[in-house]
Design a protein around this ligand. Structure first.
Ligand SMILES: Cc1cc2nc3c(=O)[nH]c(=O)nc-3n(C[C@H](O)[C@H](O)[C@H](O)COP(=O)(O)O)c2cc1C
Length: 305
């Protein structure tokens, strides 16, 4: 079988392959790093960082659903300074791209975090304006185009590395938000974050999550994610990191055909820590079968009816 060039370039950042791990599903790489060299990955989107450290929401905060999970973790993390001091030096020992995922309470907080992370030497900043599980910041910035643009502007002004904005699927028209952040200078967009959902225990009549609602992810959301990646790719000129439900090579190939330059694997890592490597190898096999020299030749090549 032909040897496929798996390298891709996302907003000027080259990666040895297009598979990164999604924020909040791979921690800072320590636990998975005990199973295999994380250098095998194209990159890691680290757990969502906030200005101050956070304990997250009270349990129960994760529950299974048909072909997916519902979570309301609520950005448990050591804070941006804790990450820079304790986690980043470890990650930097590895040969993979480091994408810092951030959530702020105010546009100014996003700016300060971007300044610190740029100076600390991450490769890219992923601006989360789409977390459905926190009260301040998060989702509220992701559903109003003007607010999404304001946060993007702050992030860009205070960053020396590319800024990728993570979009929420919890909107009527995701292309409207994508255009707003592109207009504000975003270098790339990533999508989708989780879809707001709810599960109720019929016996106790209580929601299964302590926060009542949570974010749905996993294979159940793949078709929604592919549709949104397709819509956004056709609406903006900046590149797209596609995610949502990817568990195998074929899923990643769909996402790239829909327009994604690279892909992220999230929930699938919980079921199988090796899922990102399986996705990478499956994608390489599909590209080889189709006679491609480079995996990037898949991007945007869907042939709509
Ligand atoms: C437990 C959990 C925690 C998450 N934490 C974050 C986070 O901190 N920041 C963020 O931008 N997205 C977070 N996400 C969303 C994922 O990065 C991803 O966008 C989403 O789960 C869809 O991909 P998947 O179906 O492959 O998991 C989280 C998802 C899960 C399941």
């Amino acid at each position: 079988m032909r040897n496929v060039d798996m390298s891709v370039t996302l907003a000027g950042m080259t990666m040895k392959n297009p598979v990164v791990v999604a924020s909040g599903t791979f921690g800072f790489g320590r636990e998975y790093g005990a199973l295999y060299p994380i250098d095998e990955l194209g990159g890691i989107c680290v757990k969502g960082l906030t200005f101050q450290r956070r304990e997250g929401n009270p349990p129960p905060r994760i529950a299974e659903t048909p072909m997916g999970i519902l979570n309301s973790v609520g950005l448990q993390n050591p804070g941006v300074d804790g990450f820079i001091a304790d986690e980043l030096p470890e990650l930097k020992k590895h040969d993979l791209r480091i994408i810092a995922n951030i959530s702020g309470n105010t546009p100014e907080e996003y700016g300060i975090m971007c300044e610190k992370l740029s100076a600390a030497g991450v490769d890219m900043i992923e601006v989360n304006i789409s977390c459905p599980n926190v009260k301040a910041g998060g989702l509220q910035y992701g559903v109003v185009p003007e607010m999404a643009a304001e946060v993007t502007e702050q992030a860009k002004r205070h960053s020396t590395v590319p800024v990728m904005v993570k979009l929420s699927p919890n909107v009527t028209d995701i292309t409207e938000i994508a255009r707003a952040v592109e207009g504000a200078g975003a270098d790339a967009v990533s999508l989708i974050n989780t879809l707001r959902g709810m599960r109720i225990d019929v016996k106790t009549r209580r929601p299964v999550l302590h926060q009542n609602t949570g974010g749905l992810s996993g294979p159940a959301v793949l078709p929604v994610a592919v549709r949104m990646v397709w819509e956004v790719s056709n609406a903006v000129r900046i590149p797209v990191l596609g995610m949502g439900g990817i568990a195998k090579g074929e899923d990643a190939a769909q996402m790239m055909l829909a327009g994604a330059t690279a892909v992220a694997v999230g929930t699938a890592c919980f079921a199988d820590p090796f899922a990102p490597l399986r996705v990478r190898d499956g994608l390489a096999a599909i590209a080889a079968e189709q006679g491609l020299e480079r995996v990037s030749q898949l991007t945007g090549q869907v042939q709509p009816w």
